[in-house]
Ligand binder design. Sequence first.
Ligand SMILES: [Zn+2]
Length: 275
Amino acid sequence: MIKPLFFILLFQLSLFSCDEKHSSSKDFNRSPHKSTLERKLVDLSHTYSHETVYWVTAKEFKLDTVFNGHTDKGFYYSANNFSTAEHGGTHIDAPIHFAEKGQTVDEIPLNKLIGQAIKIDISSRALNNPDYLINIDDLIEWETKEKTKIPKGSIVLLQTGFSQYYPDKIKYMGTDERGELAVKELHFPGLSAEAAKWLVEQRSINAIGIDTPSIDYGQSEYFESHVILLSQNIPVFENLTNLHKLPNYGFEIIALPMKIKGGTGAPLRIVAIIE
Ligand SMILES: [Zn+2]
């Protein structure tokens, strides 16, 4: 009985060392340099400039030059000041934006902002109807086509195709007027309240994003999808771009907003990493 035991032990030891060799070569393959070469990065943020699209009542982006040129000490120096509303251009809605006890932008956990993502392309319908409401059937259609449920904890990106109009305000959001009266003139697609509720209750998503100015459609009066998502601490990314460059699944999102203490939202740099 001693002999076989000894051989089993020897066999297990050799397996263990083989495993070790394996994992160290895997680690080498996963070095940051190699992974950058193998993965494709897609920028999903619009640039901030005088053209940046804001909500019709929000203060727009402003960049003021502090200094730009050669100093009297002989070196070149350049610096600016900027000011902006929290909600404009590619930005995040923090839960507190529509939920009294929701997280502020600095309190959103990083695991809601970084993770596995999917894309749902409803542009063929939305581009024909600027008042299109993305519904539960659109989401189920994606699941049927991809033969999988929307994974729990996903970041879900909704592609309406409207980012192709940015920054033409009339095409992108229905009006280039500004102020309270212009709110009624807003036309762009968004997520229906029923679909928002379904994503929260049936699929437990981590975050959601869209390539229009708002997760609720332009004609919304009660911003129900905002309330449903944000009251569950699900952050919302708005005014995204380049979604047509993403596959339907098999990519990760890194969405890092400016960390404003007590902020209800903030400018957002968001990138996709395609495996
Ligand atoms: Zn917003």
